[in-house]
Ligand binder design. Structure first.
Ligand code: SF4
Length: 383
């Protein structure tokens, strides 16, 4: 285990798809005192190592993580698939508590959430690591950082109080746990989330929806909104492209809606992967079966990371997805990653444009207390 010491981490602000990410540019300084402390299981790195709240002990010092549906069996000294949870002396530790690699003020529309405090900004944070290994990951520099750097954990230390304070200073109305799967830094997101509520801020998860039911139920009390990716409607695609499974995601989408967390769904439409009529209809019908008022964002893929063998998504594919969503009865279907295309919200009752957007910018609101000013129809969401 090599250790980053906060005083010696030089960080370079990089830009990833509009996202500032701290890239470590110096080799870590290894300190023998740190090693001794670490070997004894002490919390060091400014408190970035925390005992996980979601694991069970197994035989011979092994543990099983119960945070996400991989339910990794982890031997002594090893880590789970996410690369940031480690078995030390028969106990599971998060290595990324408050170890932030990205902190940004984003428009909430960027998450994307179109029916949640539209026009507001959200303080967006992330650690390294992810429980998915998507071949097309747009943030692979941070999501796969531990795997790409021999297990290193990069980032700068922050406390929940500092995160909430910065959100307030910047005038944000919410905190977003985003850029990688936030479930993998659950404990820190929970502590931030509870403190945020005490200060009148809301909480957003931008998620692959792969947390366990028991983890999800712990999140619901402080989670106000979530955008879940449904990446395909085919388990084989999930296995091949993301090294995960479809069904737990679908189950969680239903459950989140039942629990009353504000929910929007995103599908990145990838040529040759999930752009068939059958796949798109499968997703659209699944959402409609839960609630036709759940917004569905169909967004354009661009070649990146390990998926550079195909072209960007043509507009025609997004138009097909849009039409399929509407045919399934979905009231709010949006196209993303192509500014200027079908990004506005129309009142399903009178057809008036109630929210007009260009990219992530809200241009116009024809809502009053969440209702259409022309006909009074209540638009679903949190306004
Ligand atoms: S969070 Fe998921 S991927 Fe990470 S150790 Fe736990 S079960 Fe494995």
């Amino acid at each position: 285990m090599e250790i980053w010491r906060s005083s010696t981490c030089l960080l370079l602000l990089g830009r990833l798809w509009g996202t500032h990410v701290n890239h470590a540019v110096k080799k870590p300084v290894y300190n023998i005192c740190d090693k001794i402390l670490f070997d004894r299981g002490f919390e060091i790195l400014g408190g970035n190592m925390r005992l996980s709240e979601m694991f069970v002990r197994e035989n011979d010092s092994a543990v099983q993580c119960t945070l996400c549906n991989h339910r990794c069996h982890i031997q002594e000294g090893k880590r789970g698939i996410c690369g940031v949870r480690e078995n030390r002396n028969g106990e599971l530790y998060s290595l990324v508590y408050g170890k932030l690699v990205a902190q940004n003020v984003d428009p909430v529309e960027k998450k994307p959430l179109f029916h949640f405090l539209p026009g507001s900004t959200t303080y967006s944070i992330s650690t390294v690591g992810c429980n998915f290994q998507c071949l097309h990951c747009q943030n692979y520099h941070i999501s796969q950082f531990p795997h790409m750097h021999n297990g290193e954990i990069s980032g700068v230390h922050a406390t929940p109080g500092e995160v909430v304070g910065k959100a307030q200073v910047h005038g944000c109305k919410s905190i977003s746990y985003t850029y990688v799967e936030p479930t993998i830094f659950y404990e820190f997101s929970r502590d931030c989330g509870e403190l945020a509520h005490q200060h009148g801020l809301k909480n957003i998860y931008v998620s692959n929806g792969y947390m366990t039911v028991e983890a999800l139920e712990k999140m619901v009390p402080w989670m106000d909104a979530i955008n879940v990716d449904i990446k395909a409607f085919d388990d084989q695609v999930y296995r091949k492209v993301c090294k995960a499974r479809l069904q737990p995601v679908l189950d969680n989408v239903r459950l989140l809606h039942q629990y009353g967390v504000w929910l929007e769904v995103t599908t990145l439409v990838i040529p040759g992967i999930n752009d068939s009529q059958q796949q798109l209809e499968g997703i659209a019908n699944f959402i409609a079966d839960i609630d036709c008022a759940i917004p569905w964002h169909v967004t354009a893929f661009y070649p990146t990371y390990k998926m550079t063998d195909r072209q960007r998504t043509p507009l025609s594919s997004l138009e097909k997805a849009f039409a399929i969503g509407k045919s399934a009865g979905l009231q709010y279907v949006y196209q993303g990653n192509i500014p200027g295309e079908k990004e506005d919200t129309e009142c399903p009752s009178c057809g008036a444009k109630v929210l007009s957007r260009s990219g992530f910018v809200l241009n116009f609101s024809g809502l009053e207390n969440g209702s259409c000013v022309k006909c009074g129809f209540r638009i679903p969401g949190i306004f």
